[in-house]
Design a protein around this ligand. Sequence first.
Ligand SMILES: Nc1ncnc2c1ncn2[C@@H]1O[C@H](COP(=O)(O)OP(=O)(O)OP(=O)(O)O)[C@@H](O)[C@H]1O
Length: 303
Amino acid sequence: MASDTIPAKGTEAAADVLDARGVTMRFGGLTAVRDVDLTVAQGEIVGLIGPNGAGKTTLFNCMTGLYTPTEGTVSYKGTVLPNRSHEVTKAGIARTFQNIRLFANMTVLENVLVGRHTRTREGLWSALLRGPGFKRAEATSEARAMELLEFTGLAAKRDHLARNLPYGEQRKLEIARALASQPGLLLLDEPTAGMNPQETRATRELVFAVRDQGISVLVIEHDMRFIFGLCDRVAVLVQGEKLVEGTPDVVQSDDRVVAAYLGTPFEGVPEDEAVDEVAAAENAAAKTARSGSTTETNKEGDA
Ligand SMILES: Nc1ncnc2c1ncn2[C@@H]1O[C@H](COP(=O)(O)OP(=O)(O)OP(=O)(O)O)[C@@H](O)[C@H]1O
């Protein structure tokens, strides 16, 4: 177990479920991820953010056995993970994908049942072909799958084909299917992409509910409001390297994060100077327009 690993920042005594150390992933001459350490503690929700191409999905792929890191290790509950994705799922890590990967022509219920195959003795093909072994286990599996559909709010759609679900519900179904493997850690890759604000809020509540069931969560997302309202801790990846890590408050107020997201290099220019420049320009514009205008343009009022 991970009792002697370094406690995750901000969570003091909580044991790490995930411990990625020195993970580097190279594709030929391109280093997509460089020497990244990342932990997720028991019961923690951790966000992974960064501009497009920063290496977030590559890091997920290294954590789920899709890629074998060029260097470094990924451990789950103190054991180094195998580099086969189905064995990683079996070990206790489940994930969703940036581009939804459902069985489009299977029903909602069948999609969740397939997600259970790592936890049944019958295996994927038996589940798909509905062989005799599968039928024996079917009642238990179906009950569990229905629980998950209730949990994600999809129970009424159990017999709908996955491809007919609205986009937001397809993303929920991906989460239900991932939960069917009974993970200890859930990795979500852009779970709110393409969602409207109501769906995004519902997803946040769903992730909190997942955590309340004792499942730790690592989530990639570009929606900063979602991330900062959801996560206990956030790590920022830029050009493959971890730039900043900390609580949402710490990360949001870090100039390097702002610079990375605005795409402007951080050069250590004193923030006050920029603010003064803007205030001076506003004052000059206000003076020019002064005579005919009733609009108050400058709250500070000093030049
Ligand atoms: N299989 C691959 N072969 C070669 N290069 C790859 C491969 N996968 C990713 N890359 C490259 O690695 C870099 C990181 O990509 P990655 O998809 O991990 O970024 P990301 O942070 O997830 O981006 P986004 O937010 O746009 O999804 C990119 O330059 C990408 O082109």
